[in-house]
Design a protein around this ligand. Structure first.
Ligand code: BES
Ligand code: MN
Ligand code: ZN
Length: 484
């Protein structure tokens, strides 16, 4: 259940706990009954991420929320403090706090990130638990400190956090609960509720369109593929900048004939559609957030399974843009389905494309689980994305699109192979670049941050919904990047 927020002038008497922001230096707020020295012996210094529950004989308990040094408070630390507060307050049905009204931050942004931090930290995927659901009791949060900016920041935060939590739920669903067909049906339903145009393409249509990549990857599966195109047009769309998002939607990645070994971590390959989930979640918010840019989203959906009809090694696929690809590893399937999506995106002649994909273990090993890699053919566009990453804490790190490595993909029978070379994240991006022509494009590899193995801050064990907040921010703030 999504948290419910209200903006109030004064903490309501019904609040069972009151969150009090405490800095790491200077005087303590007068409501705090303990001294700094005592709090320190209890392990609470006011650092961001710390909380301390002060029990009360009667009335509401106080929860001290560390916010660090007031002069250093920014949106990232405020979101983190809010998440810590939500965790500490998770056993109370209703709480209040002044956390959205501290420091010199813009009131709207402060409210937004407090709502994000609290909503993301308390979200659980419990649909498949029949016992021990352990969902937080916390239901209502009263943010003390009124104002139009605060109210609109709360709304914005709720839309963004709910979308991120939706992306998490989709990625957490087991493969049989979310096939390409089911996902496409959900996309149609969501599009209807959020003011988007939606088109669904089935296998016959994809074949007729020459999408040899997605159809090739689908060959081993009894579940048919789906491509979904979502279109958002603001009022007076004509002449507005146009951005296209392309998401990898591999519902389950077994590796195909190049079967992955039986490692428990491969249960996470149900999340190989996290890119498509982030695109759908992003698209669903644009109308509510008043986006003034045109945005198109492609969800490229199929699973990757071995069978008698599966794509073989040495097979050559003809892709949407006519290029031919020799298969040297069926586990490098993401780039094959993205290729068709990127070609279709480029045909629309947009101002920029960004694809988002759980693409390579190489990127995960290089950057870890805390950030995604970004590469592309236009530095100004990459700069817009890294600025969005800064604002949202969906962290990005740029890797070089080193064209000297392109010969590693040369094939003696086709235009290129689907794998090759040492720098796996980079050669994957070089492969994708073959399908965008001269359209401004960037690629975000989220193999690392798609998943987290522990509850920490606003992340909860499991699928993270990474990329949703990043893409929403990038879409809202999109400007024509100009030439590279
Ligand atoms: N979906 C995987 C990448 C992945 C790995 C995502 C770990 C999330 C966590 C992708 O389809 C894949 O299998 N990539 C291969 C590519 C290789 C065969 C060139 C990889 O990274 O091993
Ligand atoms: Mn794979
Ligand atoms: Zn994959």
């Amino acid at each position: 259940m999504a948290l419910n927020f209200e903006v109030v002038a004064k903490a309501p008497a019904t609040a069972k706990a009151v969150g009090i922001p405490v800095t790491s230096e200077g005087a303590l707020p007068k409501e705090v009954s303990l001294s700094r020295a005592t709090l320190e012996t209890l392990g609470f210094t006011g650092k961001v991420g710390q909380t301390y529950v002060v029990p009360a004989e009667k009335g509401a308990v106080s929860i001290l929320i560390g916010v660090g040094e007031m002069s250093k408070l920014d949106t990232a630390s405020l979101r983190k403090a809010a998440a810590a507060f939500a965790r500490a307050a998770s056993g109370f049905e209703s709480v209040s706090t002044t956390l959205a009204h501290i420091g010199r931050l813009d009131r709207k942004v402060a409210a937004q990130v407090v709502v994000e931090g609290m909503s993301l930290a308390t979200h659980r995927y419990t649909d498949l638990k029949t016992v021990d659901k352990k969902a937080p009791k916390l239901a209502t949060v009263s943010l003390v400190g009124t104002g139009a900016a605060t109210s609109s920041g709360v709304k914005r935060g709720q839309v963004i956090a709910n979308a991120t939590n939706m992306a998490r739920d989709f990625a957490n669903m087991p493969p049989a609960y979310l096939t390409a067909t089911i996902f496409a049906n959900k996309a149609v339903e969501i599009a209807g509720q959020t003011g988007l145009k939606v088109e669904v393409f089935n296998k016959d249509q994809l074949l007729a369109m020459g999408c040899g990549g997605i159809v090739g990857v689908n060959r081993g599966s009894v579940e048919p593929p789906r491509m979904v195109r979502l279109t958002y047009k603001p009022t007076g769309a004509k002449g507005k900048p146009h951005l296209v998002l392309v998401g990898k939607g591999v519902m389950y990645d077994s590796g195909g004939i190049s079967l992955k070994p039986s490692d428990p971590s491969h249960a996470m390959m149900k999340g190989d559609m996290s890119g498509a989930a982030a695109v759908l979640a992003t698209m669903s918010t644009l109308k509510a957030l008043g986006c003034t840019n045109q945005v198109t989203g492609y969800l490229m959906c199929t699973d990757n399974l071995p069978s008698g009809s599966a794509m073989a090694m040495g097979e050559v696929l003809t892709m949407r843009n006519g290029k031919t690809v020799e298969i040297h590893n069926t586990d490098a399937e993401g780039r094959l389905i993205l290729a068709d999506g990127l070609s279709l995106a480029a045909e629309q002649k947009p101002d920029a494309i960004v694809d988002i994909a759980t693409l390579t273990g190489a990127c995960q090993r290089a950057l870890g689980n805390g950030m995604a890699g970004v590469m592309g053919n236009n530095q100004k566009w990459i700069d817009q994305l890294t600025a969005a990453a800064e604002r949202t804490s969906d962290k990005l790190w740029q890797l070089p699109l080193e064209r000297e490595y392109r010969p590693a993909l040369d094939s003696y029978v086709a235009d290129m192979k689907n794998v090759g070379g040492e720098a796996g994240a980079i050669t994957a991006a070089l492969f994708l670049e073959e399908f965008v022509g001269d359209t401004t494009w960037a690629h975000i590899d989220i193999a690392g941050p798609m998943w987290t193995d522990s509850d920490n801050g606003w992340l909860q064990k499991g699928m993270t919904g990474y990329g949703t907040r990043l893409l929403i921010d990038a879409a809202l703030n999109f400007r024509r990047p100009g030439r590279a």
